[in-house]
Ligand binder design. Structure first.
Ligand SMILES: [Fe+2]
Length: 291
């Protein structure tokens, strides 16, 4: 792949409750920015949402006089609620995701029995990206790389020398993303990982998550060299069949993500909550014995 021009600044915010990173990528102080994978706080016991975490992101944006042009989702997240809808409203920025979101909407719209309430056409977003699409964040070029596998809609955003890889790979000591959600595919994920590892050697890889082990601090970004050297899922000897076998065995042990049911209902709506009922209260649905 041709290199993409620009060396953007990146500020990363760690959401400890869900292990998620939100990244602000911008061309310069006072310049243009995109916010990647913003998180809406959600207290599951109380079914209470709040914007405390994303307010910190907005404070950074204001302090650095950034004009936010894009809110970029790397995929439909199952582990946290997206604040994409809140930010779109507050900032007037365009909300974007991979075109595969329509397949995620079709699947989960049916599971949640949403009927026509959430059309499976991506109309909840301002832009649906295809592989190879190019756009700009001020002085930085950006390109979309389809990296499905963990989800069918997964994309990586390459902004200058910074790649926002979503849920594909994690820190070298954590491994790679699971591939057992509806529409997931371990073979596709393996191919997507190879695409990421084939990026220019100096590319900074910004992670969507970290689950720090051994008491270390969360790591927001890694390098291709480090992943190749130390990630046991990516070392030279892990070919596609070995990866798929490893992934299946490992995924069979993993529990359903704690926030999957609330998260998908909000995230397929472009990070918006369902409309309130006549009593003014909004409700989420719980499909019983369906997962
Ligand atoms: Fe994910």
């Amino acid at each position: 792949m041709d290199p993409v021009a620009g060396v953007p600044e990146v500020e990363s915010f760690f959401h400890a409750d869900t292990g998620t990173f939100t990244h602000v990528v911008y061309d310069r102080e006072g310049g243009a920015a995109a916010i990647v994978d913003p998180v809406l706080d959600y207290d599951a016991a109380a079914a209470r949402t709040s914007t405390t975490s994303v307010d910190d992101v907005l404070a950074f944006v204001r302090a650095h006089r950034l004009s936010v042009e894009w809110i970029l989702e790397t995929h439909a997240h199952a582990d946290h609620l997206s604040a994409g809808g809140v930010l779109r409203e507050r900032l007037g920025a365009r909300l974007a995701i991979g075109r595969g979101i329509t397949r995620v909407q079709a699947h989960f719209g049916a599971l949640f029995g949403l009927g026509g309430e959430v059309p499976a056409d991506g109309s909840q977003f301002d832009r649906l990206f295809d592989d190879g699409d190019a756009f700009r964040i001020g002085g930085c070029e950006a390109r979309v790389i389809a990296t499905p596998g963990h989800t069918v809609d997964g994309v990586t955003y390459l902004v200058g020398d910074a790649a926002f890889v979503g849920d594909t790979l994690f820190a070298p000591d954590v491994g790679t993303a699971r591939a057992d959600f509806p529409g997931a595919d371990a073979a596709q994920l393996h191919a997507s990982l190879q695409r990421i590892l084939a990026l220019p050697a100096g590319t900074r890889l910004f992670l969507c998550h970290d689950y720090p082990v051994q008491g270390r601090s969360p790591i927001a970004h890694t390098s291709i060299a480090d992943e190749r050297a130390r990630n046991p899922h990516l070392a030279g000897s892990v070919d596609a069949p070995a990866y798929i076998a490893m992934r299946r065995a490992r995924d069979a042990q993993l529990p359903v993500p704690r926030l999957l049911l609330p998260a998908l209902q909000v995230n397929i709506r472009g990070g918006r909550l369902p409309a309130p009922d006549a009593n003014g209260i909004r409700y989420l649905r719980l499909p019983l014995d369906a997962l």
